[in-house]
Design a protein around this ligand. Structure first.
Ligand code: AR6
Length: 172
């Protein structure tokens, strides 16, 4: 499985699936969530509302899928990251679950390429370095016959530098 790093806006990425850093209400918000709903159009929110009506709220660490609406991707995989509260063990496990459950769901959909934002490192204040370590470890340890490429899409320079170093260590 190839692991790539791109600096930019995840809504522009032509992967089979892009991952959204959502919240448990499933009704959209700011940050990358806001960008995905804005660029993808109302079809994404309509599906989120349907899922919420059928299954209730989404728990932290879990993932669900919707159409990607007007985006170049085929699917949006929504996952709810933990709000950083200083409990490193608990938050780390929940963040790892976000990556793992998104990858499992992607595989079940036959996704070959998937793009992740830096989940929880914005409004949810997860320390970026630790979040990067967890994300890259989960992806590296995920053995798949179906997934061919995982792209980490970093929006800010700090995350880009963190991922550049982490991924260099993985590929060396
Ligand atoms: N493309 C890629 N990454 C982005 C983009 C984009 N267009 N915009 C922001 N980021 P955040 P969270 C990065 O706050 O911390 C929302 O309101 C950003 O630089 O979007 O998981 C939800 O509804 C940061 O590194 O998500 C939830 O309520 C990363 O995306 C809450 O925020 C995550 O920042 C989730 O908080």
């Amino acid at each position: 499985m190839k692991i790539e790093l791109i600096k930019g806006d995840i809504t522009k990425i032509e992967a089979d699936a892009i991952v959204n850093a959502a919240n448990s209400s499933l009704l959209g918000g700011g940050g990358v969530d806001g960008a995905i709903h804005r660029a993808g159009g109302k079809q994404i929110l309509e599906e989120c509302i349907q899922i919420r009506n059928q299954q209730g709220k989404c728990n932290t660490g879990e993932a669900f899928v919707t159409t990607a609406g007007n985006l170049p991707a085929k699917y949006v995989i929504h996952t709810v990251g933990p709000v950083w509260d200083g409990d490193e063990e608990k938050c780390s496990k929940l963040l790892a679950n976000c990556y793992k459950n998104s990858l499992i769901l992607a595989e079940s959909l036959g996704v070959k390429t998937i793009a992740f934002p830096n989940i929880s490192t914005g409004v949810y204040r997860f320390p970026k370095e630790l979040a990067g370590k967890i994300a890259t470890e989960e992806v590296k340890n995920f053995k798949s016959e179906i997934l061919e490429e995982v792209i980490f899409v970093c929006f800010d320079e700090e995350n880009e530098e963190i991922y550049r170093t982490l991924l260099k260590n993985i590929t060396d």
